[in-house]
Design a protein around this ligand. Structure first.
Ligand SMILES: C[S@@+](CC[C@H](N)C(=O)[O-])C[C@H]1O[C@@H](n2cnc3c(N)ncnc32)[C@H](O)[C@@H]1O
Length: 218
């Protein structure tokens, strides 16, 4: 994004230091921060905020305050863009359903909502954002010749492998079988054309003018 927009200053944040080191355009800075504690920026700082794949990071009760913080740090007229995955499609194979049900339950035990992507439109409106828009795409897991599906396959595999401490004992009597069972699960996802739904939303912080227009028309 920084390379594509050399005149913008881009600030990246995460609670874990997973910032790129090989590519560091001069117009990028990174900051380690836990967004639950609030965003460490003044009101009305940014023109644009992009947040992606926090479905596995935030508890359901934390979304409203995080969106309120994004609202606060955006300039009036500024845009927020959210991109989230929905991995709730079930019914194709027993193994796929078992893995997904285990993942959903584990998330719910932590207070996370696997269906949060479908609720973001309302949450953005509740946060008093304007012009809330959403688009969804269904991406077939590992579809040949589709670069986005290939990327999705890679990142989903690495996410599911890294969730072993979280999922293995819930899914299996013998947690040591997690890796071979997971390989069978990946194979079935490809075989049964399992889809992941990607939700992209955008919304605008109202300007003083848009607020005045809205109150005079109501
Ligand atoms: C699935 S990864 C997505 C990473 C990146 N946003 C992307 O789309 O490529 C989720 C990221 O959210 C970060 N995260 C989770 N909870 C967070 C929090 N409370 N504050 C800041 N970062 C958080 C994790 O450290 C992890 O890097």
């Amino acid at each position: 994004m920084a390379i594509e927009h050399p005149n913008a200053h881009v600030t990246g944040i995460d609670m874990a230091d997973m910032f790129p080191t090989a590519i560091r355009p001069e117009n990028v800075s990174f900051q380690l921060t836990n967004i639950i504690d609030g965003l460490p920026y003044d009101d009305n700082t940014f023109d644009f905020v992009h947040m992606r794949q926090l479905v596995v990071g935030l508890r359901a009760t934390e979304w409203p305050s995080v969106l309120a913080e994004i609202f606060r740090v955006l300039k009036p007229g500024g845009l927020v863009q959210l991109v989230e995955s929905d991995f709730t499609e079930m019914g194709q194979s027993q193994l796929i359903d078992a893995v997904l049900t285990t993942l959903h339950r584990a998330m719910q035990d932590r207070g996370q909502d696997p269906w949060i992507a479908s609720k973001l439109q309302n949450l953005l409106s509740d946060t008093t954002f304007n012009d809330v828009q959403q688009e969804t795409r269904s991406i077939e897991f590992g579809k040949d010749g589709d670069p986005i599906a290939g990327e999705l396959l890679w990142s989903w595999k690495s996410a599911m492998r890294s969730l072993k401490p979280f999922l293995a004992h819930r899914l299996l009597k013998n947690p040591d079988e997690y890796s071979p069972v997971l390989e069978r699960y990946f194979h079935e996802c490809t075989h049964y054309h399992w889809h992941m739904k990607i939700w992209a939303l955008s919304a605008r912080k109202p300007t003083a003018t848009s607020l005045a227009a809205a109150s005079s028309s109501s």
